[in-house]
Design a protein around this ligand. Structure first.
Ligand SMILES: *Cc1c(COP(=O)(O)O)cnc(C)c1O
Length: 494
């Protein structure tokens, strides 16, 4: 098989190798890298194999230019027993009524982003050599809370790489803030920026698009890259767990290989659910992907009306902050596929979004999307109620993001004979106070008191990512304005 190259959703870049796309992150003039074709893989023989073995099978066709030993080295280094607290890396748990929860939060920071961000530094290590890139790589990250810490843990103390994280000041939970602020490592920088997540993400995108800044960086021997899910190297490792979880159901004899199932995904930037779409296109028997949103329901409206509009839309802070977002970057990759890879159309839509704050897609695209996606949004009360209900039904404690998805499953028009896997994106300990509220436990104390109470309420042992956080030393406490992001990065160049 010839190697898969990566092309821009907006048709404005030369094709790149896997290594090239990992190093570039995104197209500097806008546009995201996508594989020029989606490989088909026969997953039917993989049931019973380990996470690492499945990962190698899924990732290899995307990683042209990497030999078998190199792919295996990336996978081996990433999914160690040191980084993940269960040997199977991810876990599929039945919660009754043909519903399953796919726990993706057994990594070092208690969020699903670890699954990708533990392996991405490995991709980068090899990619730098393959691209003969001698510069220092400065990873720029915008985070709504979870990516930041997961990226810091993945990249800290890596040779030839530094990482700068920008999070919305006052827009993340205290646990998330402390997780980031206490990160050690000789190459880590963390900044609270006065703005919301979209401001941070737009700020980082602007830094990538800033030719002057790029030239200045080059003078200092520095190149920028990204660890957000706009980077293909971050996205493709997420395909693996869809396959693993499907095969878990086969191994458990809940389904036979070939039976179609649904996945429901608590969605923000559309990265996680997009990985599910790629899994489906690779041949995994997925029927529908349910796109669950919180009150920031721009995606639900889009899938209903065909119009993506951020005009006059209010940004809501919710109990599922990692889904508080107006511009879901990875939708662009999905629309590229839905438009039958029409880069001209994508270019036009995203030009409109930047200029007019909205765009509309045609009827045939709507029709195609309807075959793949169901969308539903869930308000705060419904999410909390779901935490309590599921606990009473099956003694399972889930976090606030997972609860949005679980609630969406309850409300969406679906065939209950089809099993549904709810991707669980964070440990309940990461959002302990709200989880307790959902469980009907009233509490006066702070987040750390909540963690103690939660562990006494049947949520299992405290996740090590939040255990002892208050005793750790705060090493990062800088607060900046959004417009200072550029000068802040400039200072890191020297
Ligand atoms: C990042 C995140 C999400 C959203 O995932 P996307 O890939 O951005 O759609 C949902 N839940 C949690 C806990 C997250 O950290």
């Amino acid at each position: 098989m010839s190697d898969i190259n990566y092309i821009s959703t907006r048709g404005n870049s030369n094709p790149l190798s896997f290594a090239g796309t990992v190093m570039e992150g995104m197209v500097s003039s806008g546009g995201l890298f996508v594989p020029e074709k989606i490989p088909r893989v026969d997953f039917s023989k993989l049931a019973g194999l380990s996470y690492k073995e499945i990962a190698i099978t899924v990732l290899t066709p995307f990683m042209g230019g990497f030999d078998g030993g190199e792919v295996a080295a990336c996978v081996d280094e990433a999914y160690t027993s040191e980084s993940f607290d269960i040997p199977e890396v991810v876990k599929t748990v039945p919660i009754g009524n043909n519903r399953y929860v796919l726990e993706l939060w057994h990594g070092p920071t208690a969020a699903f982003k670890d699954v990708a961000l533990q392996i991405m530094p490995q991709f980068m290590r090899f990619s730098k050599v393959k691209c003969a890139d001698k510069s220092r790589t400065l990873i720029l990250v915008a985070t709504s809370g979870d990516t930041g810490k997961a990226a810091l843990e993945g990249f800290k103390n890596r040779e030839g790489i530094s990482i700068a994280v920008f999070y919305p000041h006052g827009g993340v939970s205290e646990i998330q803030r402390l997780q980031m602020a206490t990160t050690d490592g000789n190459n880590t920088y963390v900044f609270a920026a006065r703005g919301n997540f979209d401001d941070c993400q737009n700020g980082v995108k602007a830094l990538f698009g800033d030719g002057g800044l790029r030239d200045k960086a080059a003078e200092h021997g520095v190149k920028f890259s990204s660890a957000n899910s706009i980077n293909w190297g971050r996205l493709c490792p997420q395909i693996v767990y869809y396959v693993k979880s499907y095969l878990d159901l086969v191994s458990a004899k809940a389904i036979s290989y070939g039976d179609k199932i649904d996945f429901c995904v608590p969605t923000g930037n559309f990265g996680n659910i997009l990985a599910g779409y790629y899994a489906k296109e690779m041949g995994l028997p997925i029927r529908k992907l349910i796109c669950a949103s919180n009150k920031n329901n721009v995606l639900t409206d889009f899938f209903k009306s065909g119009e993506y509009s951020i005009k006059g839309r209010e940004f809501h802070k919710t109990m599922s902050p990692s889904m508080d977002i107006l511009i879901s970057s990875n939708l662009e990759r999905f629309l590229f596929e839905m438009s039958e890879r029409d880069a001209g159309k994508v270019n036009d839509w995203y030009g409109r979004l930047a200029k007019e704050g909205k765009f509309s897609v045609d009827k045939d695209i709507m029709e195609r999307m309807r075959h793949v996606i169901e969308a539903r949004w869930v308000d705060e009360d419904e999410a909390l109620k779901t935490i309590g209900e599921i606990y009473h039904e099956s003694r399972y404690v889930m976090d606030t993001h997972t609860a949005v998805a679980a609630a969406a499953v309850g409300g969406v028009n679906r065939d209950n004979d089809v099993p549904v896997i709810i991707t669980s994106t964070a440990s309940p300990y990461k959002f302990a106070p709200d989880v307790l509220t959902g469980l009907g436990i009233k509490l006066g104390g702070d987040e750390f008191e909540s963690i103690k109470v939660l562990s006494a309420s049947g949520a299992g042992s405290v996740h090590r990512a939040v255990d002892g956080l208050t005793e750790k030393k705060v090493l990062h406490d800088k607060v900046i304005d959004i417009k200072e992001m550029r000068s802040t990065v400039e200072q890191l160049l020297c």
